[in-house]
Structures are given as C-alpha cells and as structure tokens.
Ligand binder design. Structure first.
Ligand code: GLY
Length: 362
C-alpha cells in the first residue's frame, strides 16, 4: 500500500492507494477519528459491484450504514438530484459529524462532494474512487460541483476530502474504454511534470492494460503524487493548477462539439496532441517528443485522429471564440516532456491551422 499526503494546512489529508483497501475501509476511517453513523452515496452499478463488501466491512466495525443511490450518468450532476439527496440526508438524520462516502467515478465524487460541502454547511467527505480517471484526478484536490444546464461544473466549491481510498482492485471491473479514459489523464501528468514517469508509462503500458496490480498501483501513486504537489502549490486554481488543464482547452471544445459522443479522455487525448503540435509549430516542443506523445496516446487506445466535427463548432464550443479572436485564450503548451508553460500568446490562425490539418499530420 502506498500513501500520498496532500499538505493543505488544516485541510490536509492522505490518499491511500493499493489493492483490497475497500476491505479495511472501516479501520482507515477509525484511524482518522470516525465512528457511528455514515452515509454512502453511489450508483446502482457500483453498488452492485462493491456496495456489499464496503457495507459489511463498515458494519463489522460498528458503523451504522445508510446507502443512497443515484442513477448513473453525467445528468445526475444537477441541483435537482442534490435536493433529493439533501432530503434523504434529512430523513436519515445526518448530522454535521456524519461522514459522506462518495463511492463511484467522477460523477458520484463531484455530486456527493458538493452535497457534503453544502449540507449543514459541510459534512466530512471520504472519496472512494472506483475508476482510474477518478483515482488519478477527480477525487483529489477538492473540486466538487454540479452542471448547470449544458454548462459543466458551473456550480461548485473547493471542498477537500478527509481521506481518499483508491482500491486498485476496483479497476478490474473497468471496460478497456474506461481504462483508456483514465490513461489520458495519467499521460497528462507525465507531460506536465515528470519525464521519468512518462518513460515509466512508455515502458509499462502493456502491463497497465493487462491490469497488473503492482504497475497500476505505481501508476496511480505517481499520478496522485503529481496532482497533490500541484494542488498544494495552488489549491484555488489561480495559476499553477491551470497546468492540469493541458489538453483540456481544445479537448473541452471537442467533447462538447461532439455532443459527448467522445468521452472526456478521448477528447483530452486529441487536445493534448493538438497542444503539442501548436507548441512544435511555435518552435518549443521537438518533433521526437511530439511523436513519443502520439505513440503513447495510440498505445493507450486513445484517438489520434479528429472525428468528423467542424472546426467552427469546436472553437465555438470552447466557449472562447471571442477570446481566441483576440489571441487571449490560455494554452498549456509542453516545452519538452515533463515541462509545460502557460501562454496567452497562441495566434488564433495557428489554432485553426492545427485543427484543419490534424488528420494529415504524421
Ligand atoms: N481536474 C483539474 C483540477 O483538479 O484542477
């Protein structure tokens, strides 16, 4: 088992990473002072797969467990669903000391996190992420929130969890596509921060895809370590934390313009490649490193070709078309693998050029 500490003063917490951690979750909660009643928020699929194990472990150590289910899917990240959860928390007499356990992927983490942050002005939150994407990204760093209409994550808060339990064995039930989705964020960490981690991924990608436990543990550990470092330096996302958006500037545009036919990880993969090409054309990232990134993305079964979406729609969906016109949109560009910089100096014509020629590049 590995631990990462997120040092944020009074809001500091640990991330526990390893196989089978779900089976001693109760012990981990006791160690940080919890006892008595708690509430698990999850979805029916995750509940069927993991709910019983967690519940049994918690009950055997004397916890009183209430499980609240919300249906699967991004649509659940709404104020309406949050209101239903508030009333269910009232029904089960949740108090300010009652921990909320968010058992699921990014949607559950964001929704349960938001409810925990706001009900009774804040209940303790424990993140138990069940997807690779949630284990390496959304469960760490305290961003919780809801969508507002079509606007993703428009209502939210910074609310740090008290503990993150990343059980590597949960990744066994992911589909290859869900695994690839998480790998996009994992590759991102190598590019933005750590060339040795990037080389580790190049050397171990096949083992990761084969769900080798030790390799997955190492992968989640380094990803969490890098995210923790960045969040510690800029919890509220004023400057350095922007680098976690590498690949997301164009990626978000593609995700929305594709009407979410493309998953987040797929869109981020194309976005990372586009940002790397912009950087290469501006004279920063070398061709060799650009090809290493493309290769790793391909090996992670993520797309390196643009789907059939018009450039105009992508730029419009980036929600920043005016800013692009004024050349002010912020891009995270790699200088080399392991080093990125933030710039507003990308010419709009270059963005257009890279998107236009995307599928012709080698
Ligand atoms: N996922 C980006 C962030 O946590 O800031």
């Amino acid at each position: 088992m590995k631990k990462v500490k997120v040092n944020l003063g009074q809001s500091s917490y640990e991330i526990h990473i390893g196989p089978g951690l779900l089976f001693d979750a109760a012990q981990r909660l006791k160690e940080i002072g919890f006892a008595g009643k708690l509430v698990i928020i999850t979805n029916p699929v995750v509940n069927r797969l993991h709910g019983d194990s967690l519940k049994q472990n918690l009950q055997s150590e004397g916890f009183g467990v209430t499980i609240l289910e919300v249906p699967e899917g991004e649509k659940q990240k709404s104020l309406e669903v949050a209101i239903v959860l508030y009333s269910q928390l009232a029904d089960c007499r949740a108090e300010r000391t009652t921990p909320i356990l968010a058992l699921g992927g990014g949607v559950i983490g964001d929704l349960a996190g938001f409810v925990a942050a706001t009900y009774l002005r804040g209940l303790p939150l424990i993140q138990i992420p069940t997807t690779l994407l949630a284990q390496v990204d959304s469960s760490i760093g305290g961003k919780v929130g809801l969508d507002y209409g079509l606007l993703k994550n428009k209502i939210g808060a910074f609310y740090q969890p008290r503990l993150v339990i990343a059980d590597i064995q949960m990744l066994n039930t992911l589909t290859p596509k869900e695994l690839s989705d998480g790998l996009a964020e994992v590759i991102k960490y190598g590019v933005i921060w750590d060339k040795r981690f990037f080389a580790f991924l190049e050397g171990n990608l096949d083992k990761i895809k084969a769900l080798d436990e030790a390799t997955l543990e190492e992968t989640v550990f380094h990803s969490a370590r890098i995210k923790a470092i960045v969040v510690e330096k800029d919890e509220r996302d004023f400057n350095l934390r922007h680098i976690l958006n590498f690949g997301h500037t164009i990626g978000h545009g593609i995700e929305t313009a594709s009407d979410f036919r493309l998953s987040h990880g797929e869109a981020v993969a194309i976005g990372m490649l586009a940002a790397a090409r912009i950087s290469n054309k501006m004279g920063f990232l070398g061709k060799n490193e650009l090809l290493r990134l493309k290769n790793l993305i391909m090996r992670a079964e993520l797309p390196t070709k643009m789907p059939d979406i018009s450039r105009g729609e992508i730029i419009q969906a980036m929600g920043h078309d005016k800013k692009i016109a004024q050349g002010r949109i912020k891009f995270i560009l790699p200088k080399s693998i392991g080093k990125v910089f933030i710039t507003s100096e990308v010419a709009p014509s270059l963005v257009e050029q890279v998107l236009a020629g995307f599928n012709d590049e080698t």
